[in-house]
Design a protein around this ligand. Sequence first.
Ligand SMILES: *Cc1c(COP(=O)(O)O)cnc(C)c1O
Length: 332
Amino acid sequence: MIDLRSDTLTTPTDKMRAAMARAEVGDDVYGEDPTVARLEERVAGLFGHEAALFTPTGSMANVLAVRSLVQAGQEVLCEASAHIARAELGAHGAYTGLTMRTWIHRRGQVDLPTIQTLFAPDMGPFFVPTAAISVENTHNFAGGAVLPLQDLRDLREFATGAGARVHMDGARIWNAHVATGTPLAEYGAVADVLAVCLSKGLGAPVGSLMVGSRDAIAEARIWRKRMGGGMRQVGILAAAGLHALDHHVERLADDHAHARLLAEACGVDPATVDTNIVVVQRSDAADFVAAARAEGVLVATVGPTAVRLVTHLDVSDADAERAAAVLARVAG
Ligand SMILES: *Cc1c(COP(=O)(O)O)cnc(C)c1O
């Protein structure tokens, strides 16, 4: 089976497992795991921020990151299909007590005029104050779309002038970096706080990080423990992340080429595929998925008329070509 349902489905390579087995570890709740410390320092440095915090999931990194900017009773603005709004089971409301208002963009992009219309930091005693704006790069449900750096800079400039802060859900920021050549630090510079995942295209079995100021990370460390996310000899997992940063970033370009190949096979314009996710509009989405499965290719529906294909570390050149042949046949 060639599994294109998600880039979370990768399994650690033998070399990654060897790196995990060698990892020097300690009790990270005591701040004594040297491998976790190395990972946190390295990722903070990549984004030009002071500090970072290792978390079990991207969802927890997002909850910690957003709550560092937004208090209970305040709001965060985000795009309507953002992961923080749709795919975290209401965690930001349930844990932080914040509310959200959203703008809609088919490609998950920054719509600054609409954001400016929604933005309301202080409208008197009845209105929820806007504390932050969240963006997702790349945008998952918009099919891995990249947010252009200039749009992010314009948003940042508006936010700074207006006294609001910016969160970036960078679960797949690595894909945006490789697709555009934009240095990670440039993405870091347009956000107060970021969440980044090691467990998607980078191929680590577990792990994400919140990235931000020393103070925000110190507070998030307490909240992580409060939420049950204090982990012990977790250098074993951080080592997988360090290995992924060394060996699995530049190769994301292969995933992007594979995605364009699959898009073409399914009748989607490859020029609309920014990174490693292809969304195919099909009125027969469920039948399409079943027909592909019967020929050894796993894909998933993301709605009654949409099929999603995601390329990743465990899809070789030969796999991509075989999957393209199957999908072209199934797509008719
Ligand atoms: C996967 C993902 C996350 C985090 O997901 P977890 O499964 O909690 O690690 C956050 N944001 C986006 C856009 C994602 O795709």
